[in-house]
Design a protein. Structure first.
Length: 165
């Protein structure tokens, strides 16, 4: 019994972080589904008109797929940490996938910014540009950190595999 309790207490930070990832994913999904109803142009629109007649909204939903994939990979990575398998090829693959997802998010964020800056120069675009730059900035940090951690873990895994042989 004490062994189970000690194991639970030792894994409590990873359990907490995994719960935060789940809450973050649910919160972002709820926001993405709820926010279009708040736009002034959608007040008298039907659900079909809100969700299927707006190409930007469809683009945003497709562009959010890498975000949710990265959250799932972070959840898996925390599971590897909780089971003391951080120095494994699975952890390296999870970090690589997180890096690729961050790069994909950057790639999805650039065209709307270019559209706002090129096609809408006379309109009030400060909010949209600020959000786009924030997304690019955060994704760049995530991609950089995951690349550094991936390289570090890969070198440790390679050293461990050489020592086994």
């Amino acid at each position: 019994m004490n062994n189970i309790k000690a194991s639970f207490i030792r894994n409590l930070p990873t359990i907490f972080l995994r719960a935060l990832i789940i809450l973050l994913g649910i919160g972002v999904l709820v926001f993405m589904l709820w926010e279009p109803h708040l736009e002034g142009r959608n007040i008298n629109s039907t659900l079909f008109q809100i969700y299927f007649n707006d190409p930007f909204l469809i683009y945003a939903y497709i562009g959010s797929i890498p975000f949710f994939v990265a959250l799932y990979q972070a959840f898996k990575l925390l599971g590897y940490i909780g089971h003391a398998r951080i120095f494994s090829l699975e952890s390296v693959r999870a970090l690589r996938t997180i890096r690729h997802c961050a790069i994909a998010i950057i790639t999805f964020a650039i065209p709307p910014l270019a559209y706002l800056l090129i096609a809408r120069p006379g309109y009030d675009i400060a909010g949209g540009v600020a959000i786009g730059l924030f997304i690019i900035f955060v994704s760049t940090i995530v991609a950089s950190v995951s690349a550094i951690l991936e390289r570090l873990l890969k070198s440790i895994v390679d050293i461990k595999s050489i020592n086994r042989n």
